[in-house]
Design a protein around this ligand. Structure first.
Ligand code: GDP
Ligand code: MG
Length: 439
């Protein structure tokens, strides 16, 4: 997709206005690309017509480059269709909040049940998991194992009990035990079938959940549309979890699910591990669907703000013994030029698991470090050993920066540790990296 859009944007570049004819071109490309990203046909049609309208309306805006304007319109419309903002999980006024999981077999319901419990713990919400998949003995064991793994209780009545009854008793138990949220894992089938739907409907009727989450495998692509249609019309969903987003899918299913149900996607699953759950952010997904990944944005930003030669010199220094506090400060400022640390970390692949708190923590620490380095003499910056050997120097720096002497000690020792690690990398002595070419 990105290649196609790129060439279309190139065509648009250098013109004052978006004209009707070059919108047509671009629109055709977007349509084709979305279909390739596995968005369902109807959803593509609706989406494209909205973009077309917006683009033509925006053609009169002066002073904006047409290619940029077009990118923005496509992107904005994708974000809008997918709900704008992240939608949080329901939280009932009187506990327990009841969450019912629905979806076909193998989509990741049971895994997502455990993932949600772990997520809710971070919000200080206790959970009880309820195992109603009585059709396969292994299904109950799977939930029990996951529950043990994350230290969350699992309610089950074996494989002979009635799923509706298990759900009812599970919710009653959570109420009695003062548990905040019950998550009911259900049985899926490989295909939609009437008995599965009837059972789900009965469970829903009995426990009156606050949240019915459809678990959709992102790799299903086009089928996500009809699946959503069926579950939403027969059961009524309040949201969805898109699993297996760690695969190479563009995420077209996200657009389909949202457009067809009108309900938000609340989380995405990004791996088999229980920690691999992230809130769903429409803007990030829009970029992914468009193929202009956040990583590209990062590269562009970096190119704009950082002098490449400077960066290379810095890299050499980092890998040699010469790296000192002056360089550290300089590097911190380079990072800042590129935007907030949080913004940068989130754009890097594989960094998704870092929470907002952790990022804020990291930014805070950088600020503290900057303040302390600011209070050091030039000699101390060049030679941190001066500080590790002298409590009076440390006290002076601490006073100047408004921190404790122990903070300065920690900064210096952390810095020394980091530097020796980097030197080892530079000399190829880093564990496991020694044999790597170029290290
Ligand atoms: P269920 O039948 O709907 O309960 O599905 P399960 O929770 O048992 O998951 C089916 C398979 O998909 C298991 O092998 C899971 O480890 C795997 N799985 C679930 N979620 C994800 C995900 O987000 N990413 C990846 N790669 N695998 C997942
Ligand atoms: Mg299951």
């Amino acid at each position: 997709l990105s290649d196609r859009l790129e060439s279309t944007w190139k065509k648009l570049r250098g013109q004052d206005k978006i004209s009707e004819s070059n919108i047509k071109d671009a629109v055709r490309e977007v349509r084709r690309a979305l279909l390739e990203a596995d968005v369902s046909l109807q959803v593509v049609k609706d989406f494209v017509s909205a973009v077309e309208t917006n683009a033509q309306g925006a053609a009169v805006i002066a002073g904006v480059r047409p290619d940029q304007q077009f990118i923005e319109i496509v992107h904005n419309e994708l974000v809008r269709v997918m709900g704008g903002d992240n939608a949080p999980l329901a939280s009932a006024a009187t506990a327990p909040t009841v969450i019912l999981m629905a979806g076909l077999q193998g989509t990741g319901k049971t895994t997502a049940t455990a993932k949600l419990a772990l997520h809710l713990r971070k919000e200080n919400r206790s959970t009880l998991l309820v195992a109603t998949d009585v059709y396969r003995p292994a299904a109950i064991d799977q939930l029990l194992t996951l529950g043990r793994q994350i230290d969350v209780p699992v309610f089950e009545l074996g494989t002979d009990a009635n799923p509706v009854e298990i759900a009812r008793q599970g919710v009653a138990k959570a109420k009695a035990d003062g548990i905040n949220t019950v998550i009911i894992d259900t049985a899926g089938r490989l295909q939609i079938d009437e008995s599965m739907m009837a059972e789900l409907a009965q469970i829903k009727e009995t426990v009156q959940p606050h949240e019915v989450l459809l678990v959709v495998d992102a790799m299903t692509g086009q089928e996500a549309a009809s699946l959503t249609e069926t579950f939403h019309s027969q059961i009524g969903i309040t949201g969805a979890i898109l699993t297996k987003m760690d695969g190479d899918t563009r995420g077209g299913a996200a657009l389909s699910v949202r457009q067809i149900s009108g309900q938000p996607i609340k989380f995405i699953g990004v791996g088999e591990k229980v920690e691999a759950l992230q809130p769903f952010y429409p803007d990030r997904m829009a970029s992914r669907i468009l193929g202009m990944g956040d990583v590209l944005t990062l590269v562009e930003k970096a190119q704009e703000e950082v002098d490449l030669a400077d960066a290379e010199k810095m890299q050499e220094k980092i890998l040699s013994a010469k790296f000192d506090f002056t360089d550290f400060l300089k590097q911190t400022r380079m990072l800042k030029n590129m935007g907030s640390l949080g913004g940068i970390m989130k754009m890097l692949p594989g960094m998704g698991k870092i929470s907002d708190e952790q990022l804020q923590q990291g930014e805070k620490q950088l600020k503290r470090a900057e303040a302390m380095i600011g209070s050091m003499t030039v000699a101390e910056r060049k030679n941190p050993e001066l500080l590790s050997g002298s409590p009076s120097r440390r006290r002076r720096v601490a006073r100047g920066a408004g921190y404790a002497e122990s903070d300065v000690s920690k900064l210096v020792s952390d810095f020394q540790k980091m530097r020796s690690l980097m030197q080892q990398m530079g000399q190829g002595r880093f564990p496991g990296m020694g044999g790597m070419p170029g290290m």
